[in-house]
Design a protein around this ligand. Structure first.
Ligand code: BTN
Length: 283
């Protein structure tokens, strides 16, 4: 269902809520960003903004929703997507690159989200490889990049917790936080979205030209895992313990293990800080 005038006039106007507004987002964008966006669809509710754009054919197509009934996270998880306080954004982009050259993209998107939130005033931000955006080790935003069939075509999905009630947060299986907890003012999602699109599109342009190596140094400033004992869970369910050692020029995670340095690519790998006992074993 599109965000119809019926909803705006009869239902939403009775609430003191800063609803998403396409013209307010667009008017805060630079000429550069406006030329990159070929369409911007805003929905009251959708199953998933990513799923919606997987059926698009247009690079630069942006989709936003106030609510997702089947929001999707990485590794088949659900992304908790209640109405009205958060950001659910997807962007379809057709890169002139082969699939293997796209491996660092999800880290670049994570960097764009972290920088946007920092500029918005959120403190104590960091990134957990490949792209969890954290505040004091609690997740505030997540990124889901999906291949969209055609060579080089992707859908980039970003979820940011703007204002999440404890009852909705109870459905999240890891420590979480939201912007409202860290900023004094009510969250201005239209302003934040313009900032996010601007930063995202600039990062995409640089990634397209220079690849991930352009961002490798920047990653070090945000990397919450570097030098820490971690446990990786691989796609086959096996665990690997080691010390995180940053990322390589493709964005792959470098891990020092008892049998030498190993390299892990995103996809189906999950990583968490190791408990003290494992830390001792590794030393
Ligand atoms: C993660 O697991 O950290 C990734 C979360 C990605 C959520 C966003 S919300 C907008 C877009 N639509 C979805 O269904 N998922 C992504």
């Amino acid at each position: 269902m599109r965000f119809s005038s019926y909803w705006r006039n009869n239902v939403l106007s009775s609430c003191a809520q800063d609803w998403l507004d396409k013209s307010r987002i667009l008017e805060n964008l630079s000429d550069f960003a406006r030329t990159q966006i070929t369409a911007l669809d805003l929905f009251f509710t959708l199953p998933s903004t990513n799923t919606y754009l997987l059926s698009s054919t247009t690079s630069g197509h942006v989709c936003l929703a106030e609510h997702q009934s089947a929001g999707r996270g990485r590794r088949g998880k659900t992304w908790v997507s209640p109405l009205g306080g958060n950001i659910y954004l997807s962007l379809r982009w057709h890169f002139v690159k082969a699939v293997q050259e796209l491996s660092g993209l999800s880290l670049v998107v994570g960097l764009a989200v972290a920088k946007t939130l920092e500029e918005y005033g959120v403190p104590a931000l960091s990134l957990k490889w490949p792209n969890d955006v954290l505040v004091n080790n609690q997740k505030i935003a997540g990124v889901l990049v999906e291949l969209a069939g055609k060579e080089g075509a992707v859908v980039i999905g970003i979820g940011i917790n703007g204002r999440l009630s404890p009852s909705h947060g109870a459905g999240i299986t890891q420590p979480w936080t939201d912007i409202a907890t860290h900023c004094q003012q009510p969250v201005q999602r239209n302003v934040l979205l313009a900032l996010l699109l601007e930063t995202l599109l600039t990062h995409i342009a640089r990634f397209e030209t220079f690849g991930f190596s352009h961002f490798q140094d920047q990653w070090k400033n945000w990397d919450t895992l570097a030098g820490k004992a971690i446990t990786l869970t691989l796609a086959d369910g096996c665990f690997v313990h080691g010390i995180a050692q940053g990322v390589d020029s493709q964005g792959a995670l470098l891990v020092k293990t008892p049998s030498g340095q190993r390299v892990y690519h995103g996809g189906e790998v999950s990583v968490r800080r190791a408990i003290n006992k494992q830390h001792k074993i590794l030393k």
